[in-house]
Design a protein around this ligand. Structure first.
Ligand SMILES: *[C@@H]1O[C@H](CO)[C@@H](O)[C@H](O)[C@H]1NC(C)=O
Ligand SMILES: *[C@@H]1O[C@H](CO)[C@@H](O)[C@H](O)[C@H]1NC(C)=O
Ligand SMILES: *[C@@H]1O[C@H](CO)[C@@H](O)[C@H](O)[C@H]1NC(C)=O
Length: 642
């Protein structure tokens, strides 16, 4: 198996040269046939991401004409003309192929790419880390680990002893001593998610240096340092960034024993300001960003301020081009009244100090160190989040439309704020009846959103021009809540808690949930945030359906997933979803299938349990170094001294 993996990826490097397409295609055919027999069909499709252009011309308009009368095509003519999404797909594939050309195949390469990109030597223990990564068949591209450096860098601005002291003796800490995890008191009390991370770190034993890993066990993110402070810390990191002379390097970490008797550090948690959350956000936004210039809404009993056009910084003709930037709330001040996180989070416990906390998700303005979500680690235990081994059937057998089921999480669903919650908006925008009422001018039917004015609308959908948008949405959308999670809850006469409530009854229908296996009967599976990130994303990526993804919560894996190659990104306002569905349903089924297929194959190669191990291991080495008094000298240099 290990012999196969690297030659396969090596094929990439010789691919994109046009003059070589034929011989290379022949090579790929041979490779894919042999892989087919060796590894089975699912793995064989992994080859597909390596092809620059699917081996067919860009101009396949003739194909588009060949799908008349498809369901979902109501009132629509297929796109014969060039579409902005064509550009996005093409560009993303080129970028991804370039990235894959940078794979590190041996320790020397990995260490040298590290120095090139990070401006330092790798931390001691890098060799063991790489050995394990290779043994586990991890695909190592230095850029896949960019997130770690984004998260770690500010800590170079703190005194190392402060970092050790802040992490020491906190609740929910994984303490590594002498190559073992120190037993945690009150084992019975260990939260299920905590146990998942303990199991992950256990797999790195006995190779980690001593450290205290303080993990956020809550749903919401916790650390939000004002922008000016982070800038200071980041500048300190830049000043210290240097590839030191080899003979100055130290190999041994100093450990954390010196803080063992310190009192627990108090980071001054802020509680109870959940409805004023944007005021914390704005302090963490860059001074010149639009997010900085607005404060929290005084009341959520107010109409929403739906943006009247797409955000230019990260879109191309209305469609998300830079997914990372689309996660950045500082660029989207309207979200203060359009995302549950800023309306009334269920719990809030935030500090403005740079606390060394590990967490499964955060906002772009947060300063946690990201680790893989416990739900992803628990794939075999929590089938309600992962769908177990369900991956769905072949594309051709799927329903040509979109399905979503879930709860109205995001914010506390109350009668005087609910229309500000993003999930309520998503359900309404995908409800053809609601959309038809909005087209007819009845804005009270859809208090969660607005249709764009025709003169500012970059999408120019023919269904909308004909006043048929609602009817068209009804033809492909099957999207509904299975629980409204109302606050306060209402009860049936027999005392049973209801999944509905008076303030939502008229506009929302609550239906039964749907198992993943059934969800995958549809081609398009959107994924939007809940109280924070959505734990089903990894499962959707690994399915045969096409995930459409919108979020303000970056995750550990973002750098290894390429929008428009492995998934379809959409905006947090959701205004682009109609345009996206119009593109795919009307003449671009092949493109949809290809992204679904390549996303599945790629996720199965880089989002495995082993990949989460490899990522977290690397992060913990960096963490151990940055909190060490000798951090400027701790360096892996053996590859340079041989
Ligand atoms: C919300 O606003 C409406 C109209 O402005 C008002 O009638 C209602 O009493 C308000 N509700 C609350 C809970 O303040
Ligand atoms: C995408 O946005 C991020 C964050 O705003 C930025 O750092 C990055 O340079 C952008 N990428 C490109 C290709 O423009
Ligand atoms: C769609 O909206 C209509 C009226 O606006 C409502 O009656 C219906 O229950 C909604 N459907 C869903 C699935 O929420």
């Amino acid at each position: 198996m290990s012999l196969l993996r690297f030659p396969r990826l090596g094929a990439l490097a010789i691919m994109p040269k046009p003059g070589r397409v034929l011989p290379t295609l022949a090579l790929l055919v041979v490779l894919s046939i042999s892989l087919f027999f060796l590894r089975g069909t699912r793995e064989a499709s992994f080859l597909v991401p390596l092809r620059p252009d699917g081996g067919r011309g860009e101009n396949n308009a003739w194909r588009n004409g060949a799908v008349p009368g498809k369901p979902g095509g109501l009132s629509h003519r297929p796109h014969l003309a060039h579409h902005p999404i064509d550009d996005l797909i093409k560009e993303a594939r080129t970028q991804f192929n370039q990235l894959m050309g940078k794979q590190s195949l041996n320790l020397e390469q990995a260490a040298s790419r590290y120095r090139e990109r990070r401006g330092r030597h790798p931390p001691p223990g890098f060799d063991k880390w790489f050995e394990v990564a290779q043994e586990k068949k991890g695909i190592i591209v230095e850029e896949f680990f960019d997130r770690i450096y984004h998260d770690i860098h500010p800590f170079w601005g703190l005194d190392p002893r402060d970092i050790r002291a802040r992490a020491h003796n906190q609740p929910f800490t994984i303490a590594v001593r002498n190559g073992k995890i120190k037993p945690i008191h009150d084992d019975k009390e260990i939260h299920f998610r905590m146990q998942m991370w303990i199991d992950l770190v256990e797999r790195m034993m006995p190779h980690l240096p001593d450290l205290d890993m303080y993990v956020n066990h809550m749903d919401e993110s916790r650390v939000m340092v004002p922008w000016e402070d982070i800038e200071k810390y980041a500048a300190a990191e830049q000043r210290k960034r240097v590839v030191i002379p080899v003979d100055e390097a130290i190999q041994t970490y100093s450990g954390v024993a010196d803080v063992e008797n310190d009192e627990r550090y108090d980071p001054h948690w802020h509680h109870g300001d959940a409805h004023k959350f944007w005021d914390f956000i704005r302090d963490a936004c860059p001074p010149n960003s639009p997010g900085r210039s607005v404060s929290s809404l005084d009341t959520f009993n107010s109409t929403i301020e739906f943006p009247d056009a797409p955000v230019p910084q990260y879109t191309h003709k209305g469609y998300v081009k830079n997914f990372t930037a689309s996660e950045d709330v500082c660029l989207q001040p309207h979200l203060r009244g359009m995302h549950g996180t800023f309306v009334e989070a269920i719990s809030m416990s935030t500090t403005k100090q740079l606390m060394p906390i590990f967490g499964e998700c955060k906002l772009s303005t947060n300063n946690e160190m990201l680790i893989p979500s416990a739900m992803y680690l628990a794939e075999n235990l929590r089938k309600d989040y992962s769908g177990g081994n369900e991956r769905g059937g072949p594309w051709a057998n799927k329903i040509d439309g979109m399905v979503w089921r879930g709860a109205a999480s995001g914010a506390r669903n109350k009668d005087d704020n609910w229309w500000h919650n993003h999930r309520h908006r998503f359900i309404q925008m995908m409800n053809g009846t609601t959309v038809a009422s909005m087209e007819a001018g009845d804005v009270e039917a859809g208090p969660t959103f607005r249709l764009l004015a025709p003169e500012k609308d970059p999408y120019q959908l023919s269904a909308q021009k004909e006043g048929q948008l609602g009817k068209w949405v009804s033809s492909w959308s099957d999207v509904a809540f299975n629980n409204l999670l109302c606050h306060p809850p209402e009860f049936a006469p027999d005392g049973k808690k209801l999944r509905t409530c008076k303030h939502n009854d008229e506009l929302f229908k609550v239906v039964e949930g749907m198992p993943f296996a059934k969800v995958y009967d549809w081609k398009y599976v959107p994924d939007v945030d809940g109280n924070s990130f959505s734990g089903r994303y990894r499962a959707f990526l690994m399915s045969t359906s096409l995930p459409l993804k919108s979020t303000i919560y970056p995750e550990w894996h973002d750098a290894r997933l390429m929008p428009w190659v492995h998934f379809v990104p959409f905006d947090n306002s959701y205004m682009d979803v109609y345009g996206i569905m119009d593109y795919f349903l009307n003449g671009h089924d092949e493109e949809a299938e290809r992204i679904a297929r390549e996303g599945q194959a790629w996720s199965s190669a880089v989002l495995r349990q082993d990949d989460m191990l490899i990522y977290t291991w690397r992060l913990l080495l960096e963490y151990a170094r940055v909190m060490d008094d000798n951090r400027d000298k701790l360096a892996y240099v053996a590859d340079l001294t041989r």
